[in-house]
Ligand binder design. Structure first.
Ligand SMILES: Cc1cc2nc3c(=O)[nH]c(=O)nc-3n(C[C@H](O)[C@H](O)[C@H](O)COP(=O)(O)OP(=O)(O)OC[C@H]3O[C@@H](n4cnc5c(N)ncnc54)[C@H](O)[C@@H]3O)c2cc1C
Length: 435
């Protein structure tokens, strides 16, 4: 495929991560001829491959809680959703539940509990006694506010206690996020989609405020009436190529994150203790990963956001690794922290309010599936349908800005407004990865 290929594709998707591959699958099912282009050698090799891949409906907006709960059904029925042949290796979803620790009444969990209730997501409240029984290796001391490791009061409790937890049984994790993207790619290909790898987009051509197509680094020009930015942490670079930077009210930026792998503590060996925990009191989340505990950060206010150039950032472990491990050690005093750092380093594509932008743009035919903010792996199986609805309706002339589209969630039998993901929404800048 060299030279100019006009009219060969109905839509070009920049990126073949879990989001771009899902969009390809859904558009192909709607009969569109799609092409995904990705600078990397295979699907899911970008930020998707570093994902903790936690699937949880614990969100503080009803739209987000509903979308995530609906997506869980797709993870549960992954093979059927994909229409995968029986011999295809598939990513697997393990449902282990989620625990959100509470240290004071009326904290951040209140909004999430209200949203989950409205969305029909089951949850229960656990008492400190429940936690002591179920998690014998867990300290119930409170350490807030979260501190840097060199703070002289780091590790000293504040005299308060964990007052309980919200338990969400319908939560879990996917074992291999890159494989999940590859599964979506294979499903899209079965529907007629095309993927092109080792192909970097360096130009976006347009005419009369309408997208014409892309130019690749080797000079190839490919045209299509629809272009979708699903470039993950490179979303702002692609928006710049499209001349959209100053026109977007919500910015996106690449933010570096380290995820720590530690040996799973022996005190938590029982099956019921192998759950996901979000702990704003120590600033980390943990989840089981085979013989390991995976520790990620909840980006507490005392940490400086590690905003980076997505093409030039430190790919080695730093002091963040040790700090996260020590923060987890406050909650699990028996945690062994080896000298040799193990884990992964990935980039979030963070929007101003940590909510993704799934929307059209000011440039005709140019669509956005960006700002996934470290929390949209779970929704990927739904994002394809969501973007397909926006693209097909807007291309038919619908004004999604003034008359926001909705999406019906077939399992939950409810409808959500896609205005929640609009680039024009009101932005609250206090959120974190839990959104
Ligand atoms: C450390 C970490 C932990 C996370 N944990 C969770 C979690 O527990 N639960 C959850 O729901 N979400 C989580 N996330 C978020 C989730 O993984 C992401 O939202 C999701 O994977 C983003 O997928 P994507 O397809 O948008 O991006 P990517 O996977 O990054 O794909 C974008 C693709 O675009 C390509 N691209 C970029 N620029 C160009 C160009 N110019 N030309 C061609 N191709 C280009 C890239 O090569 C890349 O392959 C986490 C993310 C990270 C990094």
């Amino acid at each position: 495929m060299t030279g100019t290929e006009a009219g060969a594709f109905d839509a070009i998707i920049i990126g073949a991560g879990v989001i771009g591959s899902s969009i390809a699958f859904s558009l192909a099912r709607s009969g569109l001829k799609t092409l995904n282009v990705d600078a990397l050698p295979a699907a899911g090799y970008g930020s998707t491959s570093h994902s903790s891949a936690i699937i949880r409906p614990f969100y503080s907006h009803v739209e987000a809680a509903s979308l995530a709960h609906e997506a869980r059904h797709r993870w549960l029925g992954w093979s059927a959703f994909l229409g995968a042949p029986s011999d295809e290796p598939l990513a697997t979803y393990t449902e282990c539940g989620l625990l959100s620790l509470l240290t004071e009444e009326g904290d951040d969990a209140a909004a999430a509990c209200a949203a989950m209730t409205k969305a029909g997501v089951p949850w229960t409240r656990l008492s400190p006694h429940d936690l002591e029984t179920r998690f014998p290796g867990m300290s119930l001391k409170s350490f807030a506010p979260v501190k840097q490791r060199d703070d002289e009061s780091f590790g000293i409790d504040n005299g308060g206690r964990v007052i309980g937890a919200v338990h969400v049984p319908d939560a879990g994790f996917v074992n291999d996020p890159a494989l999940a993207a590859q599964n979506l790619k294979a499903a899209a290909e079965r529907g007629g989609a095309t993927f092109r790898f080792n192909a970097k987009v360096v130009g976006i051509r347009q005419d009369k405020n309408r997208v014409l197509g892309i130019t690749l680094a080797d000079g190839t020009k490919i045209n299509a009436p629809v272009l979708i930015n699903a470039a993950g942490p490179h979303s702002s670079v692609i928006n710049q190529l499209a001349g959209q930077t100053g026109l977007l009210p919500i910015a996106t930026k690449a933010m570096r994150h380290e995820v720590v792998y530690l040996p799973w503590p022996r005190a938590l060996e029982s099956t019921s203790a192998r759950t996901i925990i979000t702990d704003l009191d120590t600033g980390v989340y943990t989840r089981p990963d085979g013989a390991d505990m995976l520790v990620g950060t909840l980006d507490p206010p005392c940490d400086t956001p590690d905003v980076v150039d997505p093409d030039d950032y430190n790919n080695g472990f730093t002091d963040h690794w040790t700090t996260q491990a020590w923060r987890a050690g406050q909650r699990f005093p028996e945690l062994e922290i080896p000298e040799q750092a193990r884990g992964t380093i990935g980039l979030y594509d963070v929007s101003d309010d940590w909510i993704p932008i799934y929307d059209r743009s000011e440039l005709g035919g140019y669509y956005l599936a960006i700002g996934t903010s470290g929390n949209q792996f779970k929704n990927a199986p739904m994002v394809g349908d969501l973007m397909t609805r926006i693209i097909l309706e807007c291309e038919e002339g619908h004004d999604h800005d003034t008359d926001p589209l909705t999406l019906t969630l077939p399992k939950l039998q409810r409808t959500i407004s896609l205005a929640h993901y609009s680039r024009l929404r009101d932005v609250q800048k206090t959120a974190n990865v839990l959104a």
